[in-house]
Design a protein around this ligand. Structure first.
Ligand code: DC
Length: 224
């Protein structure tokens, strides 16, 4: 069980680049809730492993890297052992690395309590792959947020181009398919749509509409 069972959690799980991060942060801001971007912890583990020369398949060496992450989140920026890694952690290398380090049970176990510590009053919006299944199984609202792989690849492509970075739609799409496959087929905490989660397919939906959908679902849940 989570340490603060009385504090409500909204769990938003789904595949990479589905828009869960955007929706989760806007819902949290609307409700005045805390926010947990759990993917950031797996990305940071991948970045820390690269810095330490630890391979993404070396579970025994990765677990202490994950347990010992020296992270600071401040003003929208992320610092790892005193280094601003806000950009590095969003790179394709860190994205693929995160999905690779996340298959290891010992890495997931090392990050569990760190994630649960985000559960503070008045509430938490948590996004990831296993928020509703493993980290906060007693979440008051569970949403499975997805979109077709083509739409997700296009959104990611636009984001990169807007940032002035180079991008290739074909390889982004291929990357997403591989990450989806790894996230869904792993033995530990695979990405699944839970029977008690509400499905939200944003393929033909704006971010505004997706945020409204979650806020409405939350209002309904609370009025019961
Ligand atoms: O949400 P994201 O794209 O930042 O996540 C990056 C990777 O981290 C994702 O491919 C799988 C892993 N992850 C996970 O296994 N469990 C989570 N709760 C969040 C992310």
């Amino acid at each position: 069980m989570s340490p603060m069972p009385g504090v409500p959690v909204i769990a938003i799980d789904g595949p990479s680049a589905s828009g869960k991060g955007t929706v989760a942060s806007r819902v949290a801001a609307e409700l005045g809730f805390h926010l947990l971007d759990s993917g950031a912890l797996y990305r940071l583990t991948a970045v820390a492993a690269l810095r330490a020369g630890v391979g993404f398949d070396d579970e025994n060496a990765l677990a202490p890297v994950a347990a010992g992450l020296d992270v600071r989140f401040a003003g929208g920026e992320t610092w790892l052992a005193g280094e601003n890694v806000s950009e590095a952690m969003r790179s394709e290398l860190a994205s693929v690395g995160a999905s690779k380090v996340a298959v290891h049970g010992a890495v997931r176990a090392a990050l569990l309590e760190r994630q649960r510590a985000f559960r503070e009053a008045p509430g938490l919006v948590a996004d990831g792959r296993d928020m509703g299944s493993v980290v906060f199984p007693d979440a008051a609202l569970k949403v499975f947020l997805t979109a077709s792989v083509d739409i997700r690849a296009e959104r990611r492509y636009k984001q990169l181009i807007e940032k002035g970075l180079s991008a290739n739609l074909e390889s982004l799409s291929q990357d997403l398919r591989e990450r989806d496959e790894r996230d869904r087929s792993r033995a530990h905490a695979p990405l699944v749509q839970l029977p008690d989660a509400i499905l939200l397919d944003t393929s033909s939906m704006s971010a505004d509409a997706a945020v409204r959908f979650v806020l409405d679902a939350w209002a309904q849940r609370k009025s019961k």
